[in-house]
Design a protein around this ligand. Structure first.
Ligand SMILES: Nc1ncnc2c1ncn2[C@@H]1O[C@H](COP(=O)(O)OP(=O)(O)O)[C@@H](O)[C@H]1O
Ligand SMILES: [Mg+2]
Length: 399
């Protein structure tokens, strides 16, 4: 019998995942939000397409999927976007399906849960506390030097993060959050460079991963407006080796069994150590998937689908041939509707972003240093040629 996969996607993404499922002979059901219904979904790879006002709203989503299940055998539920991770976990629990359940999903969505799990496994994390007990908060502020971040436990794209410089600032901030305050955590601001490691996990083991370094930390890009930049690190560098090893330790601790991962780390300027920042059970946003693909030949969306399908069929997943290249992304909000990127014509430019009021491209080379120097020179040119600055919160892409 044909197996059916239900893909939840609150955002328009994941075409290569859907394609791989369809090509492997699965019955592909996609559910998204109403506002995404007219996006360019690859309908040729989707057998049934559903949309509803809010995919994450319970019990509506549970009722909707239960209705579908009356006449369909659903074998697998996958969350394509971060915001769907908890919903998918909840549905797996409800329909008694295999895969990540509610409490494991916390380690990939709830920043307080991931902090605690990482610390318990001996991984360095910024000092942190939940926002529950005010004596604990006072104790934290007396013990840990400012600045601190008051951060939503389950948001993305630096949304809602507030920097607190002094203990007096915390109380009005909590007052304005009201009943929402327990959905935040407080942590020490660790000044440093921000990195991400993206990869694939099967059977609890990291099968593939690549370490990258952001240009400026994402928080300063979002808060100050600016050019977003990230690039793969030389595999032989101490940085890359340390990050790949740390990422294995972190993912083991988090307990992910299979899927795509995007994890972030800060290398502290003060002590040179790596601190775990956050962790997601999905493909990294902001075209990181394309970047990894150009660098290594691994399409994270497609391979994640193949990992899931192999497991469903009781087969062993095989990673395809990879190549040891490098790539980097640069993008920014542009003041032109369709910015002219034709002057960026170095042979290493392999991809251009096609999106109104955005300028972006990917460069790829067998040489990591070449990627770095090209991106650095482009960053300056992007700032002169295109950069538009919007007030914070109107973030241009999710990370
Ligand atoms: N403890 C911290 N110290 C320094 N910078 C931080 C810290 N936490 C977050 N940031 C900055 O804020 C950005 C967003 O925080 P993160 O926890 O990754 O949330 P999001 O889900 O919004 O990406 C990070 O990329 C980093 O630049
Ligand atoms: Mg982040």
């Amino acid at each position: 019998m044909t197996s059916a996969i239900l893909c939840l996607s609150s955002y328009f993404k994941g075409a290569a995942f859907l394609q791989a499922c369809k090509e492997a002979g699965l019955h592909v059901i996609l559910a998204t939000n109403d506002r995404n219904k007219d996006e360019a979904w690859p309908h040729e790879y989707i057998d049934e397409f559903f949309h509803m006002p809010d995919l994450g709203k319970r019990p509506d989503i549970t009722h909707a999927i239960a209705y579908l299940a009356r006449s369909r055998q659903i074998d697998l539920i996958v969350a394509l976007d971060d915001f769907d991770v908890e919903t998918a976990a909840h549905l797996r629990e409800h329909f008694r399906l295999p895969g990540m359940g509610d409490s494991l999903a916390r380690n990939f969505r709830d920043k307080l849960a991931m902090r605690t799990t990482a610390r318990n496994a001996g991984v360095l994390v910024p000092e942190f506390t939940g926002v529950f007990n005010y004596d604990d908060l006072r104790e934290f502020m007396a013990r840990v030097l400012p600045p601190w971040l008051l951060k939503p436990r389950s948001e993305a794209s630096s949304m809602g993060i507030k920097k607190i410089e002094h203990a007096d600032e915390i109380w009005p901030a909590l007052e304005s959050l009201g009943d929402q305050q327990s959905f935040f955590l407080m942590e020490q601001f660790v000044a440093g460079d921000v990195y991400h490691v993206d990869g694939l996990v099967d059977d609890g083991e990291v099968l593939f991963s690549m370490a990258h370094k952001y240009g400026k930390p994402p928080l300063s890009v979002y808060a100050g407006g600016g050019v977003f930049l990230t690039r793969s690190l030389d595999r032989e560098s101490e940085e890359a080796k340390a990050l790949v090893a740390l990422n294995k330790q972190v993912l083991k601790a988090m307990g992910l069994v299979r899927g795509a991962t995007h994890s972030e780390y800060i290398k502290s300027h003060a002590d040179g150590q790596y601190y775990f920042l956050e962790n997601a059970a999905r493909v990294g946003g902001a075209n990181i998937a394309e970047c990894v693909d150009y660098a290594s030949g691994v399409n994270l969306w497609r391979e994640w689908a193949r990992v899931e399908i192999a497991h469903l069929r009781g087969e062993k997943y095989q990673l395809p041939e990879t190549h040891p290249g490098y790539a980097g992304i640069i993008n920014c909000l542009a003041h032109q509707e369709w910015p002219d990127l034709s002057g960026y014509n170095d042979p290493e430019v392999v991809w251009r972003l096609n999106k109104k009021y955005h300028a972006g491209l990917i460069v790829s080379s067998p040489d990591a240093a070449r990627v770095e120097s090209l991106l650095n020179s482009f960053a300056e040119r992007f700032a002169n040629d295109f950069l538009a600055v919007l007030p914070p919160k109107q973030s241009f892409s999710e990370m």
